[in-house]
Structures are given as C-alpha cells and as structure tokens.
Write a protein that binds this ligand. Structure first.
Ligand code: NAG
Ligand code: NAG
Length: 244
C-alpha cells in the first residue's frame, strides 16, 4: 500500500540544543539553495526548505514516507555538521503534518522566540520564501505553508499586542542592562560585549543608539570587529581587555 506524503519539520532550537551544536548545523543564506537541492535529491523527500537563524535550525520537508524521510534528513544533517546521528537525536524535535504547520505558525508569530513577539523571525521566515523564489521555488506545499505562516505572523502582530514590548533579543538585553545601571552613569559607562557576530553587532548598535559609545568587545576574529568599527565610526571599540 502506498504511504501518504507528510509534511515534517526536523530541527533544533535555542530551547533544545546548546549553541555549539546550533553553530555546527547553521547554514548561511548563500547555501540555502544548495541545501534544498541536496535534500530534494534524497530518496523520500519531495520538497524542502531550511530555516536557519542563530536561535534555530529547522528543516521543513514533504516526505513520501515519514520514517524514511526523517531518517534521510537526520543523516543529511549529520553529514553536513559532522555531528553523529546518535548525538543529534538527543536534541532534535520532529513534528508531522498539522503539528509541523502549527509550529511554523508559532515561530512566525514570535511565540517560540526567546523574546516573545520579536519581529526578526518574521523577516527571516519571509527571507526563506524570497530565496526559494530566486532559486526556482520551494515546491507547491512548502511554499504555501511558509506563505500562510507569514500571513499568520503578520495577523498576530497586528491584532494582538504581542509586539508592543521589546522587539528583539538584542534590544531587550540592552534595555535590561541599562535598567540595572544608575542613570547618571549611562553615557560614561564602558560596556563589555562578548562576541562580535550578528547579535554582538546588534547589541553594540542598540547601545550606541542609547548614547553608550564606549565599548569593549571580546572577539574571536579580527575581521568581524573591523567590520563593526567600519560601520559604527562614532563608537569607540576596544578589543583588548587591558583597560587604559
Ligand atoms: C492593546 O493595548 C491597548 C493599549 O494598552 C489596548 O487598548 C488594546 O485593547 C490592546 N489590544 C488587545 C487586542 O489586547
Ligand atoms: C580581536 O580584534 C582585534 C582588532 O581587530 C585583533 O587585533 C585581535 O587579534 C582579535 N582577537 C582575536 C582573538 O582574534
């Protein structure tokens, strides 16, 4: 008997996996098309999309067989990340059909984010559709799923007050930090930011927009700090911890 196709999501997020693992699995935007091509070449996968951000890595597929499809995607993730399947399995979640759909709607609405209702994730879901279109389409079902999720995400934000608080993890972090600091010390304080990646850069931008222009960055590579320096010329960025 022929099995019915299923929609499946296989993934891990900030709620299920440590950052080291998310970093190894992350797929930069420039490689989404290639990843989708590889996934669709698997025996039991018909359509695929990749949602990869710093907080989550989720693969959406239409699978001809749930069990075989899941196994093939897991093996593919293991191959691309170098993490053994046995280790991956402990951190992965898998959802099927209406549960998978519900999950993407929640993600898109900001309900699964670290900061409830943040808007960055909706932009990231939109980007998946845009990149999919540029590279010849996501496939009929996945395309519909993502477009409906975007509509749901927009509706949730316009019909509820979910996005009325902090708008992102980075702005929430900056607001919390400033709340803890006596007002008088705001502008003169030297702020320590750990990491010069996307999030670090956003934190520095938010700090700068609040008037904090003296920042110490603990970095792992020179290029990223230099790029931030280049972009935010009015911010004094120190990369050595030896204070002057
Ligand atoms: C959103 O907040 C405003 C102002 O506090 C309030 O008047 C409105 O009823 C709220 N809307 C919803 C859908 O809760
Ligand atoms: C951090 O950035 C500075 C300035 O570009 C660079 O000199 C330093 O080597 C970087 N640190 C590491 C660990 O790469």
């Amino acid at each position: 008997m022929k099995e019915r196709s299923s929609i499946a999501v296989i993934g891990l997020s900030v709620h299920t996996a440590p950052v080291e693992m998310r970093e190894k699995l992350a797929i930069p935007e420039a490689q989404w098309s290639r990843a989708i091509g590889e996934l669709c070449n698997l025996n039991h996968i018909e359509e695929a999309a990749v949602l990869s951000t710093c907080n989550r890595m989720e693969i959406y597929v239409v699978a001809l067989s749930w069990h075989r499809g899941i196994r093939e995607v897991m093996e593919w993730m293991s191959k691309t990340s170098g993490i053994p399947v046995s280790e991956l399995r402990e951190h992965l979640f898998m959802l099927r059909d209406s549960d998978a759909t519900r999950h993407l709607f929640e993600v898109s609405a900001g309900l699964d984010s670290l900061v409830l209702g943040e808007g960055q994730i909706l932009a990231q879901v939109k980007q998946v559709v845009r990149v999919g279109q540029d590279s010849g389409g996501l496939g009929k079902n996945i395309d519909r799923l993502f477009k409906d999720a975007i509509t749901a995400g927009k509706r949730v934000r316009s019909e509820t007050n979910i996005s009325s608080g902090a708008v992102s993890v980075s702005s929430a972090a900056v607001e919390l930090a400033l709340m803890k600091l006596p007002k008088a010390h705001f502008l003169s304080a030297r702020m320590l930011v750990i990491g010069a990646g996307k999030m670090g850069k956003l934190v520095i931008k938010h700090l700068s927009s609040k008037g904090c222009k003296r920042i110490v960055v603990v970095n792992r590579s020179a290029e990223k700090v230099e790029a931030i320096r280049e972009e935010l010329k009015d911010v004094e960025i120190i990369t050595s911890l030896s204070m002057r």
